[in-house]
Design a protein. Structure first.
Length: 87
């Protein structure tokens, strides 16, 4: 049996059905070029899951490059936001 560390796991953006979320590893480049995957996040308090994104400089869209998000999470954690679907 081979077990892989759950690290650098990305979740497909736009998967509204949380029972069937689509995941892939950051190192797996075989995904569709049009699909957007962001780092997966999970709230231990409420049990909901979602995505992580980084805040850009003012006036720009969210940063969705996983490598940049991981880097910002270490360098400047205040610039990383958890995007969790609230019901």
């Amino acid at each position: 049996m081979w077990i892989r560390e759950v690290r650098r796991l990305l979740r497909l953006v736009g998967d509204n059905d949380s029972d069937h979320a689509a995941f892939r590893w950051e190192s797996d480049r075989s995904g569709q070029a049009l699909d957007v995957h962001l780092p997966a996040v999970y709230c231990r308090f409420c049990g909901r899951s979602g995505w992580a994104a980084a805040y850009p400089p003012a006036g720009q869209t969210l940063i969705v490059d996983p490598a940049t998000i991981y880097r910002e999470q270490v360098r400047n954690p205040g610039k990383v936001a958890a995007l969790v679907h609230a019901r």
